[in-house]
Design a protein around this ligand. Structure first.
Ligand code: ATP
Ligand code: MG
Length: 135
């Protein structure tokens, strides 16, 4: 069974969408095997999104991800990575397909409700970074 790392971002937590999002995750055949509500530290957020360190939106991204509580989760299921990415929809909610989590719950490109690992390597790396918060 494949695992992937999911974050319900601060906008969606603040807007009380956690339950609805998790209902969709489960109805798409994915099991939530760890879940924790936590305010991410700057250090973890910078490490987690380090692939974007040189991008102009990096500081805005880190600031937003550390601004309030997120819900960090490990999902497990068949093809969990691609299943969950499909369920999330496009990064920009204006381009996200109808019915996807970002079409339903995202506010904007930066406040886009959810994160999901984009490959097997990312999933391993991201689960490793977040594993300490589940201890
Ligand atoms: P995530 O990694 O959060 O699941 P993603 O894989 O769909 O999103 P990435 O390209 O990894 O998209 O970008 C990471 C996050 O950075 C996006 O979710 C978005 O919130 C933010 N972001 C991406 N591009 C821009 C941009 N041009 N302006 C502002 N924020 C952006
Ligand atoms: Mg990404």
């Amino acid at each position: 069974m494949e695992k992937t790392l999911c974050i319900i971002k601060p906008d969606a937590v603040k807007n009380s969408f956690v339950e609805e999002i998790n209902k969709s995750i489960k109805s798409n055949g994915l099991e939530i095997i760890n879940s924790k509500q936590i305010q991410l530290s700057k250090k973890i957020a910078e490490d987690f999104y380090s692939e974007h360190a040189e991008r102009p939106f990096f500081s805005e991204l880190v600031e937003f991800m550390t601004s309030d509580f997120s819900v960090v989760q490990i999902l497990q299921g068949e093809d969990a990575i691609s299943t969950y990415r499909k369920l999330m929809g496009a990064t920009n909610p204006e381009e996200a397909e109808e019915g996807t989590l970002r079409a339903r719950f995202a506010e904007s490109l930066s406040k886009n409700a959810v994160h999901g690992s984009d490959s097997a390597d990312s999933a391993i790396r991201e689960i490793d970074i977040m594993s300490k918060i589940f201890d």
